[in-house]
Design a protein around this ligand. Structure first.
Ligand code: ZN
Length: 359
């Protein structure tokens, strides 16, 4: 019975936010090392792999809306705690030769700028992609889905500019290109708005209310969606339109719709069980990789998520890389790629295969 209150609290938190609100606690800092980047484009059956990270809108955003009241990145101590967590995970990934796509928004970015904290500059300098995680209600306010594309474009563009400013704390990393975003999933015109803001790569679709993903969106081959969805009809989102402005990266060969929320289910065994499940999906995806197509697999962590034992922080991630990913990379079956590199591989494939169905 002791566990019921925290579990209820977690469930309540999850219903509030697109994806997750974990409030992890940990320390330890390390610096980012340099992963290697490869040329995109796969003519073989290699599976392109990465880990995405969502940074949630804790506290008041740049637009003056409250993203989440559960914690606050405007509070320096909380901001710095997550900075340490993010660096730890990025360092683990880098030490395995990998690179992440780290997705930020205000007020994390505004705090980095205000505190002159070089977190995003360092991650970018270390070879990770820096991108946008966009909680629409935190940047557009209530009834966001009824607002016009130009309002969305402005809010997304403003968030991109803040990310660029946070990255440019390091003078060596000027003019960083922000291309990928996650979020805005229930806005039917999301692709128009994102393209207007200069973004051209997307993934991680799930319904923020139910935390489920329509089965038509799972798989390993990217495509260009014909349009967005309000959460009921997936026919445009799951259809390929060669003229589509955005490349959509599916997450892997899942066979159920609740995989986004599964990580947080204590009933299904917590972190260890989630990574066992992830291993199964990774292996299914690897087995399904096809020569002559672009094959991708990626999963999402949130800042501080999967922290585990403070004595061995993020051990579950480290073990997954060591036991599952590293051997596949060594065998030449898997290659690390940021999300934009996956999209570039897809675009190169399109040029070489005009008129072909990418899936
Ligand atoms: Zn989120």
């Amino acid at each position: 019975m002791k566990r019921s209150l925290p579990v209820l609290l977690i469930v309540a938190l999850l219903t509030l936010s697109c994806s997750t609100i974990t409030i992890p606690i940990n320390q330890n800092v390390a610096s980012t090392t340099v992963p290697v980047s490869q040329a995109p484009g796969t003519a073989d059956d290699i599976l392109l792999f990465s880990i995405g990270m969502h940074i949630e809108p804790f506290g008041e955003t740049a637009q003056g809306y409250l993203g989440s009241t559960k914690a606050d990145y405007n509070d320096e101590a909380f901001f710095l705690r997550h900075v340490k967590d993010i660096r730890l995970v990025a360092d683990i990934v880098s030490s395995h030769g990998g690179k992440m796509t780290i997705q930020a928004q205000s007020p994390f970015t505004t705090s980095a700028i205000r505190l002159k904290d070089s977190i995003l500059a360092d991650l970018y300098g270390g070879g990770h992609e820096i991108a946008l995680h966009f909680h629409e209600n935190a940047h557009l306010g209530k009834n966001e889905e009824r607002k016009p594309v130009k309002d969305w474009c402005t809010a997304m563009s403003d968030e991109v500019t803040l990310i660029q400013q946070a990255v440019n704390l390091d003078a060596a990393s000027k003019n960083v290109d922000i291309r990928y975003w996650s979020g805005g999933n229930l806005y039917p015109q999301i692709f128009e708005a994102a393209a207007c803001a200069g973004l051209d790569v997307n993934s991680d679709w799930k319904n923020p209310e139910t935390q489920t993903t329509d089965i038509s969106l799972v798989g390993i081959h990217p495509w260009r969606p014909a349009g967005g969805t309000s959460g009921d009809d997936f026919s445009l989102l799951s259809s390929h339109d060669p003229a589509g402005k955005v490349v959509f990266l599916p997450e892997g060969l899942y066979d159920e719709t609740d995989f986004a929320s599964r990580r947080r289910s204590e009933d299904s065994g917590g972190d260890e069980a989630y990574f066992e499940y992830l291993k199964e999906i990774f292996e299914n995806s690897l087995a399904a990789a096809e020569p002559g197509k672009v094959n991708v697999f990626h999963f999402t962590v949130h800042a501080g998520e999967f922290h585990g034992d403070p004595a061995h922080p993020f051990e579950v991630i480290e073990r997954f890389l060591t036991e599952v990913v590293d051997p596949a990379v060594a065998a030449g079956k898997v290659r690390w790629a940021t999300f934009s590199e996956m999209a570039d591989a897809y675009t190169a494939w399109e040029v070489a295969h005009p008129g072909e169905d990418p899936r």
